[in-house]
Design a protein around this ligand. Structure first.
Ligand code: ADP
Ligand code: TRP
Length: 321
């Protein structure tokens, strides 16, 4: 099965990004034909500073590679290295009813929040459709917010196939209900926009401060505590196996466990879990040329897969003459 997903480059990484999405993508490499790319064209809908985008792209690549993305086992590239996707996007625009895009929640939400609508924001789902259809993707793992965009891709694929025959694979969105939302320091969803994150690749003192800021209730040390209502426990369990989790649960229930003590343990767990990845990431970031070579290799693989589809599309549409 070909599994494809795109991830916008977005500065720092937090535990929600890792446990909610990246870890799963990296695991797909074992049993699936994984296509994974850094969606830098899409990032342009919310970012206009060129230096920030270029740096963010390299950082996103280093993050994924450090955490275990293997360019031999998967196809891993930067979206804008395949301009083919823009050509396909234009072609698909001609099979995209205005109403289909006007109904998209993400466009409607952004404009409702006062973000000035431009064509990029409006056409975003068409570009995403091109990303998906260019590689005959079977499955597209996304968060709930992107589900409608995959439905747009299905509609466009069907419309195009009705006109020209079975050119595109009609993709399925894959929403994993088992991936729980990782809570942030305050118990809300961990998100950059809420300022409640624990970050993967930050200095030790920054990490310690973040962990110490986790909101807890005022139950005195000696009293029993409810682990299911504790933000520290909910985050800590991401790092524990079943037995370890049960042992920690019992310590909560027994009383005598202070939140300061358990936060200190969590800090050590997070630091030690990511330390080898952080070291690898530093090496990768110290060699941007090496990173660019790895990404060029990925783009080459992606181009081969996309080229086959594009050749059929150009023939059927008459662009090849
Ligand atoms: P943020 O909310 O911090 O801006 P993004 O929207 O950039 O995060 O998230 C990128 C991906 O990381 C999302 O598609 C989602 O799958 C995953 N993700 C982000 N936050 C969480 C969370 N708290 N729990 C689970 N997954 C998350
Ligand atoms: N729009 C997606 C997001 O913001 C990223 C993305 C771009 C994508 N193209 C894609 C995801 C194709 C899946 C398939 O999260």
């Amino acid at each position: 099965m070909r599994v494809l997903s795109g991830i916008q480059p977005s500065g720092s990484l937090h535990l929600g990004n890792y446990f909610g999405m990246m870890k799963k993508m990296i695991e797909y490499q074992q049993n699936e034909d994984l296509f994974c790319f850094i969606a830098n064209y899409h990032a342009m809908t919310s970012l206009s500073d060129g230096k920030t985008l270029a740096r963010g792209t390299l950082e996103a690549a280093a993050n994924f590679l450090a955490l275990g993305m293997d360019p031999e086992k998967s196809t891993f590239w930067v979206q804008s290295d395949l301009v083919e996707v823009q050509e396909l996007s234009w072609i698909l625009s001609n099979f995209t009813p205005m109403g289909l895009l006007e109904r998209c929640h993400s466009f409607k939400d952004k404009t409702a929040r006062g973000i000035a609508a431009n064509h990029g924001l409006f056409a975003y789902p068409v570009l995403m459709t091109a990303d998906i259809l260019l590689f005959n993707s079977d499955r597209v793992p996304v968060g709930k917010d992107q589900k409608q965009h995959v439905e747009v891709a299905r509609d466009i694929a069907i419309k195009f196939n009705n006109e020209y025959g079975e050119i595109f694979t009609v993709p399925e969105a894959e929403i994993d209900d088992n991936v729980a939302t990782v809570p942030g320091l305050d118990g809300q969803k961990m998100s950059k926009s809420y300022g409640n994150t624990i970050d993967l690749f930050v200095e030790e003192n920054v990490l310690r401060k973040q962990v110490m800021r986790i909101v807890t209730d005022p139950t005195p040390v000696e009293e029993p505590k409810d682990p299911d209502k504790c933000n520290v426990f909910q985050i800590y369990r991401l790092f524990l196996d079943k037995l370890q989790e049960e042992a920690l649960r019992q310590r909560y229930l027994a009383g005598g466990l202070g939140y300061g003590e358990v936060k200190q343990e969590l800090f050590v767990a997070v630091r030690d879990y990511f330390a080898p990845y952080a070291a690898r990431r530093r090496e990768l970031m110290a060699d941007p040329e090496g990173l660019r070579r790895t990404l060029a290799f990925g783009a080459q693989k992606a181009r081969q897969a996309g080229g086959r589809v594009m050749a059929k599309v150009r023939k059927k549409t008459g662009l090849a003459y």
